[in-house]
Design a protein around this ligand. Structure first.
Ligand code: SF4
Length: 437
């Protein structure tokens, strides 16, 4: 075993994934190489998420395993990053006491402790500026290097949805300067990145906290104009902050993909009010109609929480009915779990039994599958544009349509990064198969 090997373990949202990939890129730029098993690594990087109890349980089980590894190998370096670490330095002492085998703690979206560690141990700085923002190579089952990069533009969140722990773990909203973002986008493009996904907890609010800064529509146009960048997306949106100007920018700017991630979370106005989301189900429907009227073939995905405190069976049926009316292209469904510090955990009893939450989750999943089976069927025989992202070991290409549907392509010799046109030969609820003409 060599100390210049690392193993990355990460869970959570796209922002967490972006943080983890940047940490991995930083390690690789200083000479580390990834290994698939933690037992073979000299450095373990664990990126954590505490947005649901299930995620937190997984972290604690992983940490128990890591503690055992460290017992057998005291030279093993353990770095813990992400939302379990949080932004509050006062919590670090407690974490050090709880996890004495951890060497390094990295708050969300902050790689400075890792840079400091590498410097103190004498590892070289990144070979070229920008090496530490590139996605690392793909897993062994695929070939090449990723052509899609996540680019965080707004860190943290200053909203106070009653169930959400993110503002407590990632801190208040901070937009990054546009000059820095555009420079990173240009660097990514020169290294072969073809699609950039701008990230923020409420990405639509980009720039609103920085006096004199440009806002999201202008930022998107700037990134789309970077030579070499074929596609730009942004997520996650909040229904209250999507503007007509943003919709118009997506509708009219070449390279901006027709795709919106707009979490709704519930279909009952009473539940939405208890969540303090700041809109009604009717307003959400109106917004989606406005987006669809302006952008033909737009992909809409959303999030739903089932079993929020006090959610009755009838209120859950409101969520089911809203989803039938909105007919989105994807729903990420989560069972409510109380998170420490949040308003709902402190004031609202978690009164929907887990079996009932699971029943609701399964029912919504089944409805989604049925809806998408019908929705995707007319795609059969159509020709779509695909950005080839990866090549599987079987030779099959994998990529996505502009509206973010995953497609497997047979009979293509395209390279990752190529934009190709292919005819859909099979349309399932969650993926498509196509062949080149
Ligand atoms: S908008 Fe609400 S759900 Fe989203 S990160 Fe902010 S507080 Fe959490």
């Amino acid at each position: 075993m060599t100390p210049l090997t690392y193993n990355l373990w990460t869970i959570g949202c796209q922002m967490n994934e972006a943080d983890a990939l940047r940490a991995a890129a930083l390690l690789e730029s200083t000479g580390f190489r990834p290994v698939p098993h933690a037992r073979d690594a000299g450095l373990l990087l664990l990126n954590t998420c505490v947005v649901r109890q299930q995620a937190e349980d997984k972290i604690h089980s992983r940490l128990r395993y890591v503690a055992e590894l460290k017992q057998h190998n005291p030279g093993l370096v353990v770095a813990l990053m992400g939302c379990l670490v949080g932004k509050n330095p006062r919590e670090l002492d407690g974490l050090r006491e709880q996890f004495p085998f951890v060497d390094l703690f990295l708050p969300p979206s902050n790689l400075d402790p890792l840079r400091g560690f590498l410097k103190a141990r004498g590892y070289p700085a990144p070979a070229e500026p920008g090496d530490d923002i590139l996605p690392p190579p793909l897993p062994d089952s695929m070939t090449g290097r990723s052509v899609v990069a996540h680019l965080p533009v707004v860190l943290g969140c200053s909203h106070a949805c009653t169930y959400c722990v993110i503002p407590y773990r990632r801190g208040g909203e901070r937009s990054r300067p546009s000059a820095e973002i555009l420079a990173e986008a240009a660097t990514l493009a020169t290294r072969g990145i073809r699609e950039i996904i701008l990230l923020g907890q409420i990405v639509d609010r980009y720039g609103l906290d920085l006096p004199g800064e440009i806002h999201l529509p202008e930022l998107l146009r700037g990134v789309a104009a970077v030579p070499g960048i074929a596609r730009v997306r942004f997520l996650t949106s909040h229904p209250r902050w999507i503007t007509g100007e943003l919709i118009a920018a997506v509708a009219s700017t070449p390279g901006l993909c027709p795709y919106f991630e707009i979490p709704v979370q519930a279909g009952s106005d009473a539940v939405l009010a208890a969540m303090r989301r700041g809109y009604t189900a009717g307003e959400y429907e109106t917004l989606v109609a406005q987006v669809r009227a302006a952008i033909p073939r737009v992909g809409i995905s959303t999030d739903m929480i089932v079993g929020f405190p006090g959610e009755t069976a009838a209120q859950f049926e409101d969520s089911m009915a809203l989803m039938r009316r909105v007919n989105p292209d994807m729903i990420r469904i989560a069972k409510y779990s109380p998170r420490p510090l949040t308003y709902s955990a402190r004031h609202l009893p978690d009164d929907v039994p887990d079996a009932e939450k699971e029943r609701r989750r399964v029912a919504m999943e089944a409805q989604l599958r049925a809806m998408l089976t019908v929705k995707n069927a007319p795609l059969l025989g159509q020709t779509v544009e695909i950005l080839v992202e990866t090549i599987e070991k079987t030779g099959r290409r994998h990529g996505r349509t502009p509206d973010y549907k995953p497609v497997f392509v047979d009979g293509s010799a395209a390279a990752p990064g190529d934009l190709i046109r292919a005819r859909i030969t099979w349309a399932g609820p969650f993926s498509l198969i196509a062949e080149t003409q």
